[in-house]
Design a protein around this ligand. Structure first.
Ligand code: SF4
Length: 250
């Protein structure tokens, strides 16, 4: 019987898998320490417990309200056993399967993609030392960027549905130049949708980010337009507290 470090499940969500009703599974642990992270409990494993994968599958099969399941974190592939969970979801349920991943584990990603219908990730910064700063580990940026680039090469070859996003965080990733560089990566990998999301202060992993102000709506629109310029064939959208999701068109 295989167990997994589990934080909880939402039985029914209409927000996490486009046009589907989905259960959302939260797994524990993460190799990053993004200072703006809004899920520090999951990162540090607070409130998590080891749960049998078969128990999770049994519960999904009893849930008649859903047609999809999303596996998220923390970072789902922090645990080797997550691939076993994904495999069982695919083989023992009729549900569509989506996973969110931060691209730090290319070897596990390759295995996970065998079972996924839908993949989402974030590109947290341009692929240089700024990436290390954005994930709160500036001294390890070279190893992190190496792994992220390897994951991107794998995703380039994968023909399933894939989307990506960047959180616009003042002082970390908030310039036109940052977004231009990231947009080129989005284009190269062939993501279908690119979302710029507005940083929200409040509960953050680094208390120093608790009181940093959200980027203004006008700034989000300007950065959205910058991204769209380099992504003419990709759906580009921003998400803000003011207006929710807004598609950017040139
Ligand atoms: S925001 Fe960063 S630290 Fe938080 S769960 Fe995601 S990758 Fe991990």
């Amino acid at each position: 019987m295989t167990k997994i470090n589990f934080a909880g499940i939402i039985d029914h969500s209409t927000l996490d898998y486009a046009k589907k009703s989905a259960a959302v599974i939260y797994l524990c642990g993460c190799p990053y320490r993004c200072p703006w992270c809004q899920n520090p409990e999951l990162v540090f494993g607070k409130g998590c417990e080891m749960v049998e994968i078969d128990e999770i599958i049994k519960n999904l099969n009893k849930n008649f309200l859903i047609d999809a399941v999303c596996v998220t974190g923390g970072e789902p592939l922090m645990q080797e056993n997550t691939c076993e969970l994904l495999k069982k979801i695919k083989q023992e349920t009729d549900l569509l399967l989506k996973m969110d991943h931060n691209c730090y584990f290319p070897g596990r990603l390759k295995k996970a993609l065998l079972y996924l219908d839908f993949f989402t990730t974030d590109i947290k910064a341009p692929l240089d030392e700024r990436y290390g700063k954005a994930v709160g580990l500036p001294g390890r940026w070279e190893k992190i960027v190496f792994n992220v680039k390897k994951s991107h090469e794998i995703l380039k070859q994968w023909s399933g549905r894939k989307e990506t996003r960047t959180t616009v965080v003042p002082t970390l990733v908030d310039t036109k130049e940052d977004i231009k560089e990231i947009a080129k990566v989005v284009q190269d990998i062939g993501f279908e949708i690119y979302t710029l999301q507005q940083f929200r202060p409040g509960k953050t992993l680094d208390p120093g980010f608790k009181f940093i102000r959200s980027p203004e709506l006008a700034k989000m629109k300007e950065l959205g337009k910058t991204a769209k310029k380099y992504l003419p064939g990709t759906k580009v959208q921003i998400v803000t507290q003011e207006n929710g999701f807004e598609e950017i068109k040139i």
